[in-house]
Design a protein around this ligand. Structure first.
Ligand code: ATP
Ligand code: MG
Length: 374
C-alpha cells in the first residue's frame, strides 16, 4: 500500500486533497464542539447583563436567540476557515516543493546538456513518476555521453589511420627530392601502395558510415545459402590459389533458404573468407560450412591460420581494432573495419556473428547466422 503510494504521483495528489478535506472537517468538528459552545455562552452572558440591567422581567425573543446563535456560529466558522486555510497552505507548499523542485532541476539539466555538458546527471529521489523521469533522463544523458565519446574517438582513430600512409608518402617524396631514395620502380611502387592504402581506407570509411547509419536499403527475400557460398568461393579462388591455400566448402543436405539480402550476405561472407585467406600462411586451409540449427542457418568460416589470442576476442569486432597493428600491416592487412561492417550487416539482417575462441596458431572460426525463411 505504502509502496503503491510512493510509486504514483496521482495517488499522492489524491491523498493530499483528501488530507485537506479531512483537516477541514476536523477543524469544523472542533469548532462546533468547543468554539461554538463557548462563543454561544459568551453571547448569552452578554444578553443576561442586558436583561438584568434594563429589560426587567422581559423574556428572550426567538429572533434574538437565533441572531445570537448565528453570530456565535459565524465566529466559530471564521476560526475554522482560517485554520483550514493555514493547513492547506502548509500542505500545498510541501507538495509543490516535492513536485516543482525536480521539474525545475530537470529543466536546468536539459539546458546544460543542450550546452554540451553531457556529464550532467539528476538525483533520483523516491519511486514515483518524477523519479522515473529523472532515471530515464539520466539514461539518455549517459547514452549521449557515450555517443559523444565515440565520436571523439572515431575522429582520433580516423586521423591516426590517415596519418600513417600520408607520413610514408611524404617521407618517400622527401627522400626522392633530397636524392636519398633512388627514383626507381620500387620507390614509386611504395608510394603507389601507400596511396592505394589511403584510397582503400577512405572507401572503407565511407562504407562503414553508410552501414552504421543504415543509409542503405536491404532487399530481404528468401535466398539459397549454397548460391551465396558458391559465389564467394568462386570470387576468392584466385586469391586462395595465389597463396596456395585450399579453399573449400561443405553444405548440409536440405539446407532451407534463409531470409536475407543476397548482396549483403555475400559481402559478409567475402569479408570473413577474405580475412581467413589473409591471416592464413601459405599452404593452409580455409573451409566454409553451413548447417541448420533451430530456426536459423549457421555459416562458419574456419581457417588454419595465425589465430586470434583470447584476450583480443572481445574487441575484435570494434572499429579499427587489429590484433597487432604491425602484423596485419605486414600481412597486407587493412584498417580493422571489415569485421565492424560485417557485424552491422549481419545484425541488420536479423542474425548474429561471433568468433570461436581458439589459441594463437590454432586457426580461427568465425560464425554468423541468418534466419530461415518459413
Ligand atoms: N581469420 C582470422 N585469423 C586471424 N586474425 C584475424 C582473422 N580475421 C580477423 N583477424 C584479426 O582481426 C582484425 C580485424 O579484422 P578486420 O577484418 O576488421 O580488419 P582488417 O582485416 O585488419 O582490415 P579490413 O578493414 O581491410 O578488413 C584483423 O586485423 C586481424 O588482426
Ligand atoms: Mg578484414
Amino acid at each position: 500500500m505504502i509502496e503503491y503510494f510512493r510509486r504514483h504521483l496521482g495517488v499522492k495528489i489524491f491523498f493530499s486533497y483528501l488530507v485537506i478535506i479531512l483537516l477541514g472537517v476536523l477543524v469544523l468538528v472542533i469548532a462546533s464542539q468547543f468554539i461554538l459552545p463557548s462563543a454561544f455562552n459568551r453571547h448569552m452572558a452578554g444578553m443576561g447583563t442586558m436583561m438584568n440591567g434594563g429589560m426587567m422581567g422581559g423574556s428572550v425573543s426567538m429572533p434574538q436567540l437565533y441572531g445570537d446563535f448565528r453570530a456565535s456560529f459565524n465566529e466559530a466558522l471564521l476560526y475554522a476557515t482560517l485554520t483550514a486555510m493555514i493547513a492547506a497552505l502548509a500542505l500545498s507548499f510541501l507538495f509543490t516543493k516535492s513536485v516543482v523542485a525536480p521539474v525545475v532541476g530537470m529543466s536546468h539539466a536539459t539546458q546544460r546538456i543542450a550546452d554540451g555538458h553531457y556529464d550532467e546527471r539528476l538525483p533520483v529521489n523516491g519511486k514515483d513518476e518524477l523519479a522515473q523521469l529523472a532515471m530515464r533522463f539520466n539514461q539518455m544523458a549517459e547514452k549521449l555521453d557515450q555517443v559523444e565519446a565515440m565520436r571523439r574517438r572515431l575522429i582520433g582513430d580516423v586521423s591516426h589511420e590517415l596519418r600513417t600512409p600520408l607520413t610514408a608518402i611524404k617521407g618517400s617524396m622527401e627522400g626522392l627530392m633530397d636524392g636519398v631514395l633512388p627514383a626507381n620502380d620500387e620507390t614509386f611502387g611504395q608510394i603507389h601502395a601507400e596511396a592505394d592504402r589511403l584510397n582503400r581506407l577512405v572507401d572503407d570509411l565511407q562504407e562503414l558510415s553508410r552501414v552504421e547509419s543504415r543509409a542503405y536499403q536491404l532487399i530481404i527475400r528468401p535466398v539459397e545459402i549454397s548460391s551465396i557460398v558458391r559465389t564467394v568461393t568462386k570470387r576468392l579462388a584466385p586469391q586462395a590459389e595465389s597463396k596456395r591455400i585450399s579453399l573449400d566448402f561443405e553444405l548440409a543436405p536440405d539446407l532451407p533458404p534463409v531470409l536475407a539480402d543476397e548482396d549483403r550476405a555475400i559481402q559478409v561472407l567475402t569479408n570473413l573468407t577474405g580475412n581467413a585467406l589473409q591471416y592464413t600462411p601459405e599452404g593452409g586451409k580455409v573451409s566454409i560450412t553451413a548447417k541448420q540449427l533451430n530456426d536459423e542457418v549457421q555459416v562458419s568460416v574456419r581457417d588454419t591460420g595465425i589465430g586470434i589470442p583470447a584476450e583480443h576476442i572481445p574487441r575484435i569486432f570494434d572499429r579499427f581494432y587489429r590484433v597487432e597493428k604491425s602484423r596485419s600491416r605486414q600481412a597486407g592487412g587493412g584498417s580493422g573495419i571489415g569485421l565492424t561492417i560485417a557485424r552491422s550487416l549481419v545484425e541488420a539482417q536479423g542474425g548474429r556473428i561471433w568468433v570461436k575462441p581458439a589459441g594463437e596458431g590454432e586457426g580461427s572460426e568465425f560464425i554468423f547466422t541468418l534466419p530461415i525463411a518459413k
